[in-house]
Design a protein around this ligand. Sequence first.
Ligand code: HEC
Length: 125
Amino acid sequence: MSTAGRTSQRVLAAVGLLAMLVAGCRPQVGELWSEHCAECHGEDGRGVEPQRTFYPQADLTRSELIADNARGSLYQRIAFGWGTMPGFKHKMRQRDMERLVDFSIELARRPDGTAANPDERPRRR
Ligand code: HEC
């Protein structure tokens, strides 16, 4: 093999190693969800039993905050907890919790792009 070929092979190996390291340090947001959130909210964000029955907003499509795109309040609830939901600020970096805000909103989005059906939201106020 030519010197150029060997060099480019080394560069590729280095890039691959770097990518692995970066991926290792920074978990994908979907992995964070599976690890910390899915046990109550389900992989799809529709909630698992018995949470769904007792706390309808565990189904993210029924969350008013998500329907309103209220990122600040969503962040607060993920960081400090809300009702039976634990807070995660001691377990996660701020940046990851911010990514989970976006991910939660994304999970609740219907195929037509709307965040949630207002008719299904529980009346709270
Ligand atoms: C132990 C169960 C549990 C875990 C784990 C959990 N949640 Fe929750 N979550 C709940 C419940 C229950 C509610 C509904 C609270 C209510 O309506 O009183 C909720 C509500 C929410 C809401 C909607 C807020 C609202 O009031 O409209 C979001 C967004 C959310 N959780 C995101 C997350 C994320 C992100 C994680 C993981 C980092 C997570 N949850 C982990 C139980 C959990």
